[in-house]
Design a protein around this ligand. Structure first.
Ligand SMILES: Cc1cc2nc3c(=O)[nH]c(=O)nc-3n(C[C@H](O)[C@H](O)[C@H](O)COP(=O)(O)O)c2cc1C
Length: 348
């Protein structure tokens, strides 16, 4: 933002309210909602609020260092925009507009494999660091062709989402008799030729992916130590602890609750990302303290897109960054590196 300009939005709740006012009700609910009873969705938030931060006083907090790396890619702060499909419902220029906003906020962006735009076009809209989230929406030949384009466009990693064997039952949409895929039918083909291919994925496909791309690979949607261990053994460099923001399997643990066991199993052999309900600077601190290298943000950024396009995205990320900086200073930590679980206390 240009110094001296009055910002349109000054808090994150304001952005969410603006998006809610602006978007059709079905679209807002598609973004906000989760699967079935929405227990997983609620748990994500509840588990975060059950973690209290223990502050340390009288630490010189004039300089706060937010820089980090993910898969050796330097990042100006440890936050990423999570991959989200269906963005055209939230803004006519969907993924391209999201890329512009992420670039403006100097924030790592994951482009969804459900994008309706050519990956080249989205890449060109964001000069900053970007990675690609893969859906196996076709056979191996289709994926190999897509990956060649992803590599050529400057994406720095490929992250396969493994928690969408089938599409979750999102009851807000079902009750409204509203199908997001039908609502997007005027957009460019948002999916590959065979979306059902996802249901047959196994560890063999991970080995194949590893052989097929020269980019580092990640798996998004890991919730247990066993799967994390197996992923590391398969040469996966990025372990993404996620329950898909409560949109897939209902009744799982909160992702922040699953994180410590995964961190223990990975034992430093891969970088860890977490997402699910993280929507404030203090939430980011909690994810990092428990061992994530970066925290991914879904809906909080999505509301920025819905409220005001790329400006809204950049504004949401700017507020989140300011919150992170403020809260680090207030808890007496001057760097995002080296945060540890003793920063947190479980309260009920
Ligand atoms: C509207 C929407 C679309 C999403 N589409 C995808 C997707 O295409 N691929 C994917 O891996 N995850 C997708 N997700 C899940 C997010 O990447 C992320 O895991 C989740 O939103 C994080 O939780 P949060 O929204 O509470 O921050 C989507 C989430 C939302 C809200």
């Amino acid at each position: 933002m240009v110094a001296g300009m009055i910002a349109k939005f000054v808090t994150l709740p304001e952005i969410r309210q603006a998006a809610r006012r602006r978007l059709p009700r079905e679209v807002y609910n598609f973004g906000a909602g989760g699967a079935e009873t929405e227990t997983t969705l609620r748990r994500n938030r509840r588990a975060l609020s059950r973690l209290a931060i223990r502050q340390q006083i009288l630490v010189d907090a004039r300089e706060i260092d937010l820089e980090t790396t993910l898969l050796d890619v330097p990042l100006s702060w440890p936050v990423a925009v999570a991959p989200m499909g269906g963005l055209v419902l939230f803004h006519p220029e969907g993924d391209v507009e999201m890329a512009r906003g992420a670039g403006r906020a100097d924030t790592l962006q994951f482009l969804s494999g459900a994008t309706g735009w050519p990956v080249e076009e989205v890449a060109a809209a964001n000069p900053g660091p970007k990675m690609f989230q893969l859906y196996h929406h076709g056979d191996r030949g289709w994926v190999a062709d897509l990956l060649a384009r992803v590599e050529a466009s400057g994406y720095l990693a490929v992250c396969l989402t493994v928690d969408v064997q089938v599409y979750g039952r999102r009851e807000r949409d079902i009750v409204a008799r509203w199908d997001p895929r039908a609502a997007m039918s005027s957009a460019p083909n948002p999916r590959g030729p065979d979306p059902d291919y996802q249901a047959r994925l196994t560890w063999d496909d991970v080995a194949w992916l590893k052989k097929t791309t020269r980019l580092p690979i990640g798996l998004k949607g890991i919730m247990t130590a066993e799967d994390a261990r197996r992923a590391v053994e398969a040469g996966v460099g990025l372990i993404w602890v996620s329950n898909h923001g409560g949109r897939q399997l209902d009744q799982t643990q909160a992702s922040v609750e699953a994180l410590p066991a995964v961190v223990g199993a990975v034992a430093g052999r891969a970088d860890i990302v977490v997402d699910g309900g993280f929507s404030r600077g203090t939430d980011v601190i909690k994810g990092l303290a428990l061992g994530a290298k970066a925290v991914a943000i879904g809906r909080t950024v999505l509301w920025g897109l819905g409220a005001d396009g790329a400006d809204g995205v950049a504004c949401a990320l700017g507020i989140l960054r300011a919150e992170l900086r403020t809260s680090l200073a207030l808890c007496g930590r001057t760097s995002v590196k080296g945060l540890s679980p003793d920063l947190l206390l479980r309260v009920d």
